[in-house]
Write a protein that binds this ligand. Structure first.
Ligand SMILES: [Zn+2]
Ligand SMILES: [Zn+2]
Length: 902
């Protein structure tokens, strides 16, 4: 929807859309900016320009308009106490990793906390009304501005003031009244300094008017009144109107402190600490002048390098001074910002990686490390993390619990970065010699495929500036939707299936066939067949005499796929699920929860279920983890999981209102992803693990019997796959393993007790045998070479020795072929070696034979016949194939290829 159109429509009727009681009672006047014609409301009769165009913009730097000074933490306490006094509930922040939305990696605004997606609709669920929340939001679009502009952050605190107008909540009048009082009464800002600008908001099919409030050109907040749905030609009032007032806490602190940048007052002691440590001379007069000029220049241009130059000129800084004072300051600010973002993101379970949202995190960490390297600074990142958490914990006490986890993850990533620096340096020096101008696409490719950040290239003076579009483009590339949509069948008019597996779960039941689709999908009025979902495989069994081979859920209707035959619609049939299969799956499902929580306990808070799969005799759990697991870690996880099994803990399954479950158990419940229903099913392994889950579970952990991890491997950056078995399957697995061992023991002629010793002996014998064999080959090669020459077939200009060998290996033939073609320069030596169900080809061409046939070419031709590939140099080639039936053809091909026949 076109915002400009909505705005021009709303602006023609300001009394209806914008005029709030406060404007009337205080005597605000509505004006149109003489420069841009935007409408705004002010008490200052002399004002004729909107906040974007006023002359005294950002004059609070060095001269705050408030009679109180609040740093970041204090500013929140002040805001909170004001709203609580005015009957708002103060709600703790939601995670910055947006687990409850499929379309977002990170929480980008406070209103997102309360949005839940149901089908294609967004609904709002408020834990209280009205409320305020200090919501940390992550945004990576303006990353190149962070540290430079004085006001851009990769994470910031959005003060969310939210209300639904009903018996408890309020609408526009009270909202603007409160915001005004907060600024005047609590922050002591002169009424005349506050300007409200008319605007609109539109998104997700709804829209409404909004009032942005400014003080000296700085936007402090924006009150959005979401009121309508539809489009401008045809719209109606929403059943549930909503106030979405978002204000930047960083800006509230900044305007009261009047520091050169918002960074100076929002990171607690950390910036001062860094500045002292590196010893920059901060002549605050020049710096204030410079950053005020930056702020003003930003309204004229988006190009940050132009803005910097303009500001330096105004502040009277030459290039050397800018490099000496401003550049390191920008580095300090950026590091403080990026680390704070990492603290929040890692605390909430996100990992830096090369996929999804983790991408942005790796990028900002690498940027931080590259900047530290570029300036040659000596910061201990752990100290900086401590400073952040110590400062933030009065507002966000939960950060204390993950302090060490944050350090661990950053350390792992730092080491990874340092390891890759050597390779990056080599690439950089190659790029330098090429002396090519790098486009944004080049830079993105370098980062995507080689992990080389533009900051690193800047450090090595390969580029002079980072293009302003780089981070935005990169962010866009990784902002695509998290999930794919599945195809919907048209099942209109069919009643929802009664899901018996959520009730008393009879494994045998009678049901009525409501409909049959395409002769193979049966829809019943009720079913105990579990439909594939949440990584749990479906039940198998019988509907009447027909075999059920798959079960899927479409909306609230369950489809049973049958193997063959056609039952009749309307029949009442007896259905039976395969209980053994179900029990295997069920045990594996409970085991998945147990293993997930065990891994989290052993490894750290960053462990989340990435995905899972549970079949009857096989299951896997993919977890978010930074590195390969060590054997010791695997054992520890297995031990804890099995200790939990032995404790025989009851598993409680209950329905909760979604919001209630989130408040009670936190967002950890969303291990399996977003739950698109209002009532969530909570599976609680008491005192050990709580998840929202729709699967089947045993009643007590003891029923699982045994959990055995069979394999652990890193399947992608940041994800480790655990394959495991439980219950019967775990027993069968250990029995099979034992049989294998018995077989090995037998072959070794040993006993299980002495198995390892015997194995080591056997290994040593084999090594010795190999050594002896090499000696023998050395001694006999010469003789074999002469024999080959004498047996070779004369093909005119060249001689050919060819053979199939099932006994000796390539080591022998390489040795012989090399000697033979040296002794006879017209010889071509080509052997097919059959070993382990496949064929290897070794070929040599003597110096004189090369002009007739190159060894590499010959091997290529022959490999093709064997269904494989090969190649090599002029004098030596190797290749192979798997088609054993073509050996004769291959032999014939050797000769044909040499003679140039096809
Ligand atoms: Zn204007
Ligand atoms: Zn589950």
């Amino acid at each position: 929807m076109d915002k400009d159109q909505i705005l021009s429509k709303f602006s023609t009727d300001p009394d209806r859309y914008y005029k709030v009681a406060l404007f009337e009672s205080e005597g605000f006047r509505r004006k149109s900016c003489t420069k841009c014609h935007r409408f705004f409301w002010t008490l200052d009769d002399g004002l004729s320009l909107c906040p974007d165009h006023i002359e005294n913009s950002y004059s609070f730097i060095g001269d705050p308009p408030t009679n109180k000074r609040f740093d970041y933490t204090q500013a929140w306490k002040e805001v909170e106490s004001f709203f609580v006094q005015n009957n708002h509930k103060s709600v703790g922040r939601y995670p910055v990793v947006c687990r409850w939305r499929d379309d977002l990696y990170f929480t980008i605004a406070s209103i997102v906390d309360f949005q839940r997606v149901m089908g294609s609709k967004v609904v709002f669920e408020f834990p209280a009304n009205p409320l305020i929340v200090p919501q940390t939001c992550l945004r990576f679009k303006d990353i190149e501005n962070v540290g430079v502009t004085g006001r851009h952050f990769s994470s910031f605190c959005m003060i969310g003031q939210h209300s639904i107008p009903n018996s408890q909540g309020y609408w526009k009048d009270r909202c603007v009244d409160l915001d005004f009082k907060l600024l005047t009464d609590r922050f002591g800002i002169n009424k005349k300094e506050i300007v409200f600008v008319e605007d609109v908001w539109a998104g997700g099919g709804s829209f409404g008017s909004s009032l942005e409030y400014f003080v000296r050109g700085l936007e402090l907040g924006n009150a959005v009144f979401t009121e309508f749905q539809g489009d401008l030609a045809n719209y109606s009032t929403l059943d549930q109107k909503i106030i979405d007032m978002g204000a930047g806490l960083e800006r509230f602190a900044w305007i009261t402190m009047g520091t050169p940048t918002a960074y100076d007052c929002c990171f607690g002691p950390i910036t001062k600490y860094m500045i002292n440590k590196i010893g920059i001379d901060t002549d605050s007069n020049v710096i204030s002048k410079y950053f005020m000029a930056i702020a003003r220049a930003l309204s004229e241009s988006d190009d940050i390098s132009i803005v910097r130059k303009t500001a330096a000129k105004i502040a009277g800084l030459d290039e050397t001074k800018q490099d000496k004072i401003i550049s390191p300051l920008e580095g300090v600010y950026m590091i403080a910002d990026h680390l704070r973002t990492l603290v929040f993101a890692i605390s909430d379970g996100a990992l830096p990686s090369n996929v999804g949202g983790g991408y942005n995190l790796r990028m900002i960490l690498r940027r931080t490390l590259a900047t530290i390297d570029r300036f040659g600074w000596n910061f201990d990142l752990n100290d900086l993390i401590d400073l952040h958490i110590d400062y933030l914990k009065s507002t966000y006490p939960e950060l204390e619990q993950t302090r060490n986890d944050v350090k661990t993850i950053i350390e792992v990533e730092k080491n990874r970065y340092n390891e890759s620096r050597v390779r990056m340096k080599n690439m950089a020096s190659t790029l330098k010699t090429q002396n090519k101008k790098l486009s944004v696409d080049d830079l993105i490719r370098l980062y995507e495929s080689d992990g080389i950040t533009p900051d690193f290239l800047k450090e090595y003076q390969i580029i002079s500036e980072i293009p302003s579009t780089f981070y935005e483009r990169l962010s866009d590339l990784h902002q695509s939707e998290k999930t794919e949509k599945k195809e919907e069948l048209n099942l209109e008019g069919i009643a929802d299936t009664d899901l018996l597996y959520y009730k008393n779960d009879p494994h045998e039941f009678d049901a009525k066939i409501l409909k049959i689709i395409n002769n193979k999908f049966v829809i019943l009025d009720k079913t105990s067949f579990y439909a594939r979902g949440g990584g749990q495989e479906p039940d198998h069994g019988k509907i009447a005499e027909f075999d059920v081979i798959d079960v899927t859920k479409h909306g609230n209707v369950v489809l049973h796929e049958i193997k063959e035959g056609t039952p009749k619609e309307g029949m009442v049939v007896t259905c039976k699920i395969d209980s053994v299969r179900r029990y295997g799956i069920t045990r594996n499902h409970t085991s998945t929860h147990v293993l997930n929580a065990s891994a989290r306990n052993i490894l750290g808070s960053w462990i989340w279920q990435h995905s899972a799969f549970k079949d009857a005799d096989y299951a896997r759990l993919d977890i978010t983890h930074h590195s390969n697991l060590t054997e010791e870690e695997i054992t520890k996880i297995e031990d804890l999981a099995n200790a939990t099994v032995r404790k025989d803990i009851p598993i409680l399954i209950n329905q909760f209102e979604r919001g209630e479950a989130e408040q009670e158990y936190g967002f950890r419940i969303y291990q399996g992803g977003v739950v698109p229903v209002k009532l969530v099913r909570i599976v609680n392994i008491e005192g050990f693990d709580v998840e929202a889950c729709g699967g089947t579970h045993v009643q007590k952990t003891g029923e699982v019997g045994l959990i055995k991890i069979t394999k652990a491997e890193r399947i992608q950056d940041g994800v480790v796959r655990l394959e495991f078995v439980s219950g019967e399957s775990a027993l069968k697995y250990t029995q099979t393993q034992d049989r294998k061992i018995s077989h090995i023991v037998k072959s070794l002629g040993s006993s299980k007790e002495k198995m390892l010793e015997s194995f080591e002996h056997a290994m040593k014998d084999s090594e010795d045998a190999k050594k002896r064999l090499r000696q023998i080959i050395k001694r006999t090669s010469d003789m074999s070479a002469r024999e080959a020459i004498s047996e070779a077939k004369n093909l005119g200009k060249v001689k050919l020795y060819s053979a199939v060998d099932e006994e000796l290996d390539e080591e022998f033939h390489i040795s012989v072929g090399e000697i033979a073609t040296k002794l006879d320069k017209s010889l071509i030596y080509c052997v097919l070696i059959v070993k382990n169900e496949s064929i290897k080809i070794i070929s040599f061409s003597g110096a004189d034979a090369v002009s007739t046939k190159k060894a590499g070419d010959l091997v290529r031709d022959v490999s093709k016949v064997l269904g494989g590939s090969g190649g090599g140099r002029d004098t030596f080639g190797q290749g192979g194939g798997k088609d054993l039936s073509k050996i004769k053809d291959a032999l014939l091909t050797i000769e044909k290829s040499i003679l140039g026949e096809r």
